[in-house]
Design a protein around this ligand. Structure first.
Ligand code: OXD
Ligand code: MN
Length: 594
């Protein structure tokens, strides 16, 4: 498929180490994909689902000890520890290469090594970056075929260039003690071993499109962010785009695909999805910041996805989808997960591959009693999403008017506020945090700081990453405005006050209105707050102007407590934290005390 000597030499070297029986290039054709699907079904690696109800869909189960990304086994191997920073795990590159070599040696004996040439972003577009993943897993091949653009065309676009990201994945023994997800940013290299779970092995996603890409972005003056991208079409036909970064379990996919409330639909407003997880952002010739979604599919969490919470995501999974670790309904050979509907299958196999008794389900012990694993997934083609934007296919990107940060905060953060400048907005991103819920193990309400939702995904020192944000602010002639939202404020009884889901459109419209200069706002110690009358509550049951006022209050003491927590966090991030962010923190504290 290629005469690129850099690629061929590297594959030879990797094959000499892993010793596969054969090497197969993935050309991106349907015929080849079909043969691989057949083979995976023969070996039991995948189960073909009901062709009438779920055409082209398959079920796969991973090992029970291999069901999620593993942050403690993820490494950024820069030449010095300072470059990786305190947030990332670090081991010196030479030592890591030596450790990995032992694990990879002979690991593909008796197996096939698949060579997957893939592109992040539209092939040949100004945003595009290429990668090659070597893997011994058909599941990985078939997922990569959905999540990225794969095949011969990628090699044609790469030509003789050495400029591609090398990725080596070996399933090995799936041994959790020897599981490694390693990025070598200086070498454009990713190595993953002893896992076969999506987030650890689909190397185009977190490893490349966030960790390696964030490092490249810093070098090349662009940004790789853990952000959804959505467009709002106004009744006059104009289109307005925002990106948003939320930590997991805060509804990124739901916001990206939201269905506007009736009042907006009737007036002709429409929401279109460009991306649900990752944005690459570059400065356009017009001086604005432009965003693309480098992926080609969605690797979404299944539980909780239903006709009400996210009909567009559900529709995306009705064909050509790979389900991982969901519940298998044997009666009609379909799939089910908690929160899909109220009819759990009576004749079913759970995510562990055992007979499942739905009557034993216990919310407090989901892992052992649920039909689907809480982190079970669907890998669905973006093109199957009913609200996918046409811009998704174009590769030129969309101009971003607003960047929205958000987290799950019961008390501290108001429903929405606007930062006062790019520098202040960078500060707002750097202090992003989310509270753990009763659903997760451990104490409730513990604040985990997750700057820009990138804590697990920055490919270098977090402090330097913040400095890069500040630098980009100086480089972008017409930067987006930066906002923060919180859908999760609770009342005295612990109930969510704001309805969320489609009604988040109301907040989105305030944000876009601010970008257009349509609304005044009140300057508070933390930034600009909406005037309560500017949040549209028409048709909202139980939400009054007073509710909005309550959602916009700022409790100075809890903010001062937060300031103390942020100081500890900045100290942990260390020396690289830019002075400008300390200035912002000091100024915030002074305003709160005033
Ligand atoms: C994540 C994901 O963990 O997108 O953020 O899978
Ligand atoms: Mn994500």
């Amino acid at each position: 498929m290629t005469s690129n000597k850099y690629v061929l030499n590297w594959i030879d070297e990797m094959a000499a180490m892993t010793k596969p029986d054969k090497i197969v290039w993935i050309d991106g054709s349907e015929e080849q994909a079909d043969r691989l699907r057949d083979e995976a079904c023969k070996t039991g690696e995948m189960i073909k689902l009901n062709e009438e109800k779920l055409p082209g869909c398959y079920l796969h189960r991973t090992a029970v000890n291999d069901v999620a990304r593993v942050e403690d086994r993820t490494f950024i191997c820069t030449p010095t520890k300072e470059e990786a920073g305190n947030i990332n795990n670090w081991i010196a590159p030479d030592e890591m290469y030596a450790r990995l070599k032992k694990l990879y040696t002979g690991s593909m004996k008796g197996k096939t090594m698949y060579v997957i040439p893939y592109s992040m972003s539209v092939i040949g577009s100004p945003f595009a970056k290429y990668g090659i993943e070597l893997t011994d897993s058909i599941y990985v091949v078939l997922n990569m075929l959905i999540m990225t653009r794969v095949g011969t065309k990628v090699m044609e676009a790469l030509g003789d260039s050495p400029d591609y990201v090398k990725g080596l994945h070996a399933t090995a023994d799936c041994d959790p003690e020897n599981r490694y997800i390693v990025q070598f940013p200086q070498d454009n290299t990713i190595m993953s071993v002893n896992s076969a779970y999506g987030g650890n092995v689909l190397l185009g996603k977190k490893c490349f499109a966030l960790r390696i890409a964030s490092y490249l972005g810093r070098k090349e003056n662009w940004m790789a962010e853990h952000m959804l991208i959505l467009g709002v079409t106004y009744p006059d036909g104009s289109k307005h785009y925002v990106t948003a970064a939320f930590p997991s379990a805060c509804g990124k996919t739901n916001l990206a695909m939201l269905i506007p409330p009736k009042q907006y639909l009737e007036k002709g407003y429409k929401i279109e999805t460009v991306g649900d997880d990752i944005a690459w952002l570059r400065i356009g010739q017009d001086g604005r910041l432009w965003a693309v979604n480098p992926e080609n599919g969605f690797f979404g969490v299944a539980p909780g996805t239903n006709e009400k919470s996210n009909p567009n995501a559900l529709a995306s999974t009705r064909k050509d989808t790979i389900f991982t670790n969901v519940c298998h309904n044997l009666d009609d050979n379909t799939v089910w997960w908690e929160g899909l509907n109220d009819n759990p299958p009576h004749n079913a196999i759970n995510w562990k591959g055992e007979k499942w008794d739905y009557t034993k389900y216990d919310k407090a012990d989901k892992i052992n009693t649920s039909g689907a694993h809480p982190n079970s997934r669907f890998t669905a083609k973006a093109e199957n999403c009913p609200c996918l934007s046409d811009e998704f296919y174009k590769g030129a990107g969309v101009p971003v008017e607003a960047i929205i940060f958000g987290g799950r905060r019961a008390k501290t953060a108001p429903l929405v506020y606007q930062s006062t400048s790019w520098q202040n907005g960078t500060f707002v991103g750097s202090i992003m945090a989310s509270e753990t819920t009763a659903a997760a193990a451990g104490a409730i309400g513990v604040v985990r700081r997750d700057p820009m939702a990138m804590r697990p995904f920055v490919g270098y020192n977090m402090g330097d990453y913040w400095a890069h944000w500040l630098k980009m602010g100086n480089l972008i002639p017409n930067p987006p405005k930066i906002f923060h939202v919180n859908w999760f404020r609770t009342d005295a009884e612990g109930h969510f006050i704001w309805p969320g889901f489609g009604d988040n459109m109301r907040v989105l419209m305030w944000i876009l209105g601010r970008c257009e200069g349509k609304y005044d706002a009140d300057l508070s110690p933390i930034g600009y707050l909406p005037k309560a009358e500017d949040i549209n509550i028409e048709g909202l049951n139980g939400i009054t102007r007073d509710t909005i006022r309550e959602l916009l209050t700022i409790d100075k003491q809890s903010w001062l407590d937060d300031v103390a927590h942020i100081r500890e966090f900045y100290a942990f991030v260390g020396q690289a934290v830019p002075h400008a962010l300390y200035d912002e923190l000091d100024a915030l504290e002074a305003r709160l005390k005033n």
